[in-house]
Design a protein around this ligand. Sequence first.
Ligand code: HEM
Length: 403
Amino acid sequence: MAAASEAPSVYFNPWDAGYRDNPYPHYEPLYGRPPHLMSLFIPMALVARYADAVAVLRDPERFSSVPPMSPFLEMRLAVFGRAPRVVFSDPPVHTRLRRLVSKAFTTWRIKDLEPRIREFTATLLERAARKGEFEVMADLANPLPVLVIAEMLGVSPDDYKRFKQWSDDVIESDMVPPGAELPEHVTSSFKALRAYFIEEIERRRRNPGDDLVSALVAARDEADALSEEELIAFVVLLLLAGNETTTNLIGNGMLALGRNPDEIAKLRGDLSLMPRAIEEMLRYDCPVQSTARYPKVDVEIGGVEIKANVPTFVIVAAANRDPAQFPAAHQFDVTRTPNDHLAFGNGIHYCLGAPLARMEGAIAIRAALERFPRLRLAEPAAPLTYKGSYFLRGLSSLRMAVE
Ligand code: HEM
């Protein structure tokens, strides 16, 4: 068995802003080899090849999704509660939670949101059109997903502003680096959000509606149901998992289109290509760059041994550009097919919100193309600024010209 493949040419550092701005060239040396072992504060393994990424994601028996306890995790649990979260759990806990939440998070519930998503999008784009300029993130990509989740959870329009603030603050917690304290406004916003939902859950128990919270309260599997803490944990997970990701699908997708005017032209010429274009946006510049697993035992992949508990980063964004899986992998091609990308993961944790994200992304991007027939990057040569997280890759702003 090979020992650590300590190749000096590999650079991986999520805390380096330069790395975060463009990690793709750094994935290149990883394709030719099995998992790469390295040390960055702690030992870790990088999995970048498509076949290896699929193998890890499809092996929950040996690769756990539960992070080992650490002072950093302990601090987060003390704030956010200790109820298991579906994404950070293994079978049988995962099987139970996924079964219960899937009873409420159904295809028809998502389909029912379609007209509201169209309305929200039209209002946001109209506002941008009146200004005469389109800042994709502030005008569309940031507000749309939180409006949609609030609608889904049945948050009253009167409470929307407070909800948005709490939600932004809780999302910010994901950007706090290990070792740093959670800022006070994050902690207090989480407390307020929690108190809000405890009250809402009580209200929906007495007077159920047709919103997701009522459906989650009602979700049962024979005698089993979600506890109040599990319900709150799931609502918070939806905010974290569903908002920033969809925001970044819209932002990264618009950037890819802006940088490839021929692809915009193709799409405008045949809007039935939109579903394929969305898959390509997800593949080409993945909103979630990497997920993590923790081997339960010493494991061997492609001749490399990863020791038990060593954090193993499955870099789905790298796998999505693996030349062994995708011909012309660095080319953005809205007609690409097949396109079995890993942007939504693979295996038992496959993204529960994928149908919602796909629908929201398609509605938003199609509406932007239709509302602005001359849409293009405002400053194609200007440097771009990214938000502070490597794992959730997204732009701070993206100016597009519309006249
Ligand atoms: C473009 C947008 C999105 C992307 C790229 C994305 C990506 C992912 C990925 C990669 C995973 C798997 C994580 C792992 O295996 O460790 C995941 C899981 C999950 N996502 Fe998404 N997601 C998106 C949107 C959403 C939305 C809109 C929601 C809900 C409103 C959502 C809810 C979830 C949940 C609940 C899980 C956990 C599933 C489980 O553990 O069984 N996601 N997502």
